[in-house]
Design a protein around this ligand. Structure first.
Ligand code: DON
Length: 369
């Protein structure tokens, strides 16, 4: 192009003219659709059918009150509206901290970054297309919730990234890998059932026509001595791959009985965290005499030899910073992990059955009379 030369886009002009004449049909059908589909052949996936089936969708906007204004903004599948409302309101909640802080000062940038961190933690967990996933919009822009998030902001230094977790902890979706259920009936029959496809959606492959997701259980073998698997655990020849061999599992469906009567049914997903989680809950109930709900809700931690001296803690119930300091002085390191089990347990206490689903997950427990 030279200065002064007139820039023309005749193809685009023709397309815009078709849209002007025929509305949406000028784009999604007819000549334009033919051309798009043709240009996709061999290296793209948009077909004429896709174009014809495409429909614009009317969505209710998000509305919120802020600073005397009514904010009307974009709903999912954009994360923008939720993000904007959270940012505006968190900043308003922190007005004491923002008081007299100049716009482009280090302190201002730090405070805004702290807020943004929390918005993005929620975005990563809860935002998606609402036609496919129930986005908890009302909860995410609830004033009390946003205030609680704002109060987590550390005005002095960046909070540790791993500690910034999605804030609606209990609405964690069901895990897409391992599942546990516990059942006891009135005749004292008990079932503790854990089943696994291992990683998220197993191998990601469905045996066509069956609806069955194929697992990726090969990862539970030690692929090579000393090489960690997806849960960070290592193995030796004892768990090497061999024909017809089943891999080493950590699944721990468990029933406790006393005097030949069922006392507890318990289990959880969690890979190598499975049996350390179950151990902690059983110990909380029987050694620390906690009621089952408290025992399941109590903080859990995990150590698995490797990485060396590393203790995993969990976002749901973090350890006391003072305790962490004492252990760090002994040489331990602390790492936050996103998931530390999803216990489903039933305790039979005399004549009453007390079921408890982990508040970390979204399982539910019922006594059906
Ligand atoms: O059998 C095992 O130990 C693993 N396949 C379990 C994987 C698992 O629990 C993943 N879930 N969070």
């Amino acid at each position: 192009m030279k200065a002064g030369q007139v820039f023309k886009q005749p193809d685009l002009a023709k397309t815009l003219q078709l849209i002007s004449d025929k509305g949406a049909k000028g784009f999604y059908e007819g000549e334009t659709a033919d051309l798009i589909a043709k240009s996709m052949e061999g290296h793209g996936l948009i077909t004429k059918r896709d174009l014809k089936d495409y429909k614009a969708v009317w969505r209710q906007p998000i509305t919120a009150s802020w600073n005397g204004y009514r904010v009307i903004t974009a709903p999912p599948p954009s994360s923008g509206g939720v993000g904007l409302v959270q940012l505006l309101k968190m900043k308003a909640d922190l007005k004491d901290k923002f008081q007299d802080v100049p716009l482009d000062s280090a302190q201002y940038i730090h405070l805004v970054a702290e807020i943004e961190k929390r918005v993005f933690a929620d975005r990563a967990q809860y935002l998606g297309n609402p036609d496919f996933y129930k986005v908890p919009v009302a909860q995410l822009i609830n004033d009390d919730y946003i205030l609680k998030r704002a109060q987590e902001v550390n005005p002095d230094k960046p909070s540790d990234t791993k500690s910034v977790q999605p804030g609606l902890g209990t609405s964690m979706p069901e895990k897409a890998e391992t599942t546990h259920f516990s059942v006891v009936d009135k005749w004292d029959n008990a079932v503790s059932n854990t089943y696994t496809i291992n990683g998220y959606f197993g191998s990601g492959v469905i045996a066509e026509g069956t609806g069955i997701v194929l697992n990726d259980e090969m990862d539970d073998f030690a692929s090579k001595p000393g090489v960690p698997n997806m849960f960070g655990v290592v193995g030796s020849d004892a768990n090497s791959i061999a024909p017809k061999k089943r891999p080493l599992s950590s699944m721990t469906p468990t029933v406790l009985t006393k005097d030949d009567k069922v006392a507890m049914v318990i289990g959880t997903p969690g890979g190598s965290r499975i049996f350390t989680s179950i151990f902690q809950v059983i110990s909380n109930v029987y050694d620390f005499n906690m009621p089952l709900p408290e025992a399941v809700g109590a903080t859990r931690f995990h150590h698995q030899l490797l990485p060396p001296d590393t203790i995993y803690q969990e976002p749901y119930h973090q350890l006391d910073p003072e305790v962490i300091k004492q252990l760090e002085a002994k040489g331990y390191k602390f790492t936050m992990q996103g998931f530390n089990g999803d216990i489903q347990a039933i305790r039979i206490n005399g004549d009453t059955s007390e079921p408890m689903s982990d508040p970390r997950g979204r399982g539910v427990s019922r006594v059906i009379q």
